[in-house]
Design a protein around this ligand. Structure first.
Ligand SMILES: *Cc1c(COP(=O)(O)O)cnc(C)c1O
Length: 212
């Protein structure tokens, strides 16, 4: 646990840039330590792991849970029931299902649509062109609030390549009049801030090395 990294990064961020502490692979104890420093937003990518921590931390009412992992369709109801934010909605079909389930559950999750700005077969996401075509329909979906776009850059890019891809995300979000861009991880968060991120998703730089 690198509390000093956390505090230093936090101090450097412009006020419009939020920090999501990605606690996957770490336990409720670590979460409590940085929650005590004022960190309320936590991101998890595996449903079962998240639910166990959420239960252990149920008395910590200020914690907000964000789902950032790949969404399996059969888990959508549970994700909607348990997370205030969903950053990783990577298809029209899943978004529609999230909307329908949210209506049934009387929930109003805040949504980021995951978009792919480079060919990375290991990552899901909307194709930007298709998202633009589908946008008029998508923005009418009930019971959800689409706050922005989310993207994950491929590993191993140079600093300027990272900035270019993040700028594509920012530009698309602006053109759709969406305020948020969930972009930037431990290795590329500075570039993401430069390109206009509003949500950094930071794991290892805060919590240390994960086992997965
Ligand atoms: C694990 C994960 C992160 C955090 O990654 P680090 O490199 O440890 O900061 C961010 N976003 C997503 C979607 C993740 O799965």
């Amino acid at each position: 646990m690198e509390i000093s990294n956390y505090l230093q990064i936090k101090k450097k961020l412009p006020i419009n840039v939020n920090l999501l502490a990605v606690s996957k692979g770490f336990g409720s104890q670590e979460i409590k330590i940085i929650n005590n420093e004022g960190q309320n937003d936590f991101g998890e990518s595996r449903f079962q792991e998240a639910i166990e921590k959420k239960f252990l931390l149920k008395d910590f009412k200020n914690i907000k849970w964000h789902f950032i992992g790949r969404i399996q369709s059969n888990k959508i109801r549970k994700i909607v029931q348990n997370f205030e934010y969903i950053h990783s909605v990577d298809s029209y079909e899943k978004l529609l299902k999230i909307s329908n389930v949210s209506f049934q559950e009387r929930k109003h999750p805040l949504i980021m649509l995951q978009v792919k700005f480079s060919d990375d077969p290991s990552k899901g996401g909307f194709d930007p062109k298709i998202l633009i075509e589908q946008w008029d329909q998508i923005k009418e979906f009930k019971s959800i609030k689409i706050k922005g776009l989310m993207t994950i850059n491929p590993k191993g890019l140079s600093s300027s390549q990272n900035i270019k891809l993040f700028q594509k995300c920012r530009n698309l979000a602006d053109s759709l009049k969406l305020p948020d861009c969930s972009m930037g991880m431990s290795g590329d968060w500075k570039e993401a801030v430069e390109a206009g991120s509003t949500w950094l998703r930071l794991g290892s730089i805060i919590f240390g090395k994960r086992s997965y």
